[in-house]
Design a protein around this ligand. Structure first.
Ligand SMILES: [Zn+2]
Ligand SMILES: [Zn+2]
Length: 164
């Protein structure tokens, strides 16, 4: 099966898409980065984990991308050793030391102060998945509407007109 031709989401090069929205060269680089990242995380287990910024520099990618992979669950058990900054006080903490984007101390304080419910990683992951599903449905709906509009157009100006 021949894929469609499109621009790579990473380097913008034109390529034949098969399964991924990025070109083979970028895909290979991403795989390599992922392997490095995973190994570094596992190796960091002995000394209490590695913080996301250090990790980003060492594998040559953005902390945002690492966080995205983490949130998507791609780091699986190695994610345990990823330390991320608390959104409130900035202290670096491993998975068991934080709740969602906050360290345990801040999550407690925030919750107490504002009556806000601080979300766990699992909850955030679930929301992310729901959002993805919602976007997919939306785009399907849009596609259906387009097809419908096209059909109406055809019956108005094509088929029905010719029938008369
Ligand atoms: Zn590319
Ligand atoms: Zn904090």
């Amino acid at each position: 099966m021949v894929g469609t031709v499109m621009n790579c989401k990473k380097c913008n090069k034109i390529f034949q898409q098969r399964l991924h929205p990025i070109c083979p060269a970028c895909l290979q680089r991403e795989d390599q980065q992922f392997t490095n990242l995973y190994r570094l995380l596992q190796n960091s287990a002995g000394f209490g984990g590695i913080d996301i910024n250090t990790l980003a520099v060492r594998v040559g990618m953005s902390a945002d991308q690492i966080e995205k992979w983490y949130m998507e669950g791609r780091l699986s058990t190695a994610g345990l050793f990823l330390k991320m900054p608390c959104q409130s006080c900035g202290s670096m903490c491993g998975e068991h030391q934080r709740k969602g984007r906050y360290c345990l101390k801040c999550s407690e304080m925030t919750a107490n102060q504002a009556g806000v419910e601080v979300k766990t990683v699992q909850e955030l992951q679930r929301e992310e998945a729901n959002e993805q599903r919602r976007l997919q449905q939306e785009s399907l709906l849009r596609q259906n509407r387009l097809n419908l509009a096209k059909k109406e157009e055809t019956s108005r100006f094509g088929f029905t007109v010719r029938q008369r």
